[in-house]
Design a protein around this ligand. Structure first.
Ligand code: ZN
Length: 65
């Protein structure tokens, strides 16, 4: 896909390309490279038990046999 006159550097035409690192646009006139603006996915943090491992034992629940 080519975006005409989208280069920030020279105002040239940008072509969309991609490699291992993701998508980017390259200017056909000056060769300027820039990453495409990809919206970051929202990260949802689940709040619950903050400490890893077993929950602490409750006192007073032990029954003697
Ligand atoms: Zn350019």
């Amino acid at each position: 896909m080519i975006k005409f006159k989208g280069c920030k550097r020279c105002g040239g035409d940008l072509e969309t390309a991609s490699d291992l690192h993701g998508k980017f646009v390259q200017c056909l006139q000056c060769g300027h490279l820039s990453d495409m603006d990809i919206p970051k996915p929202k990260v949802t943090v689940h709040r619950g038990r903050l400490k890893a491992g077993r929950p602490p034992k409750k006192k007073g629940t032990k029954t003697a046999a």
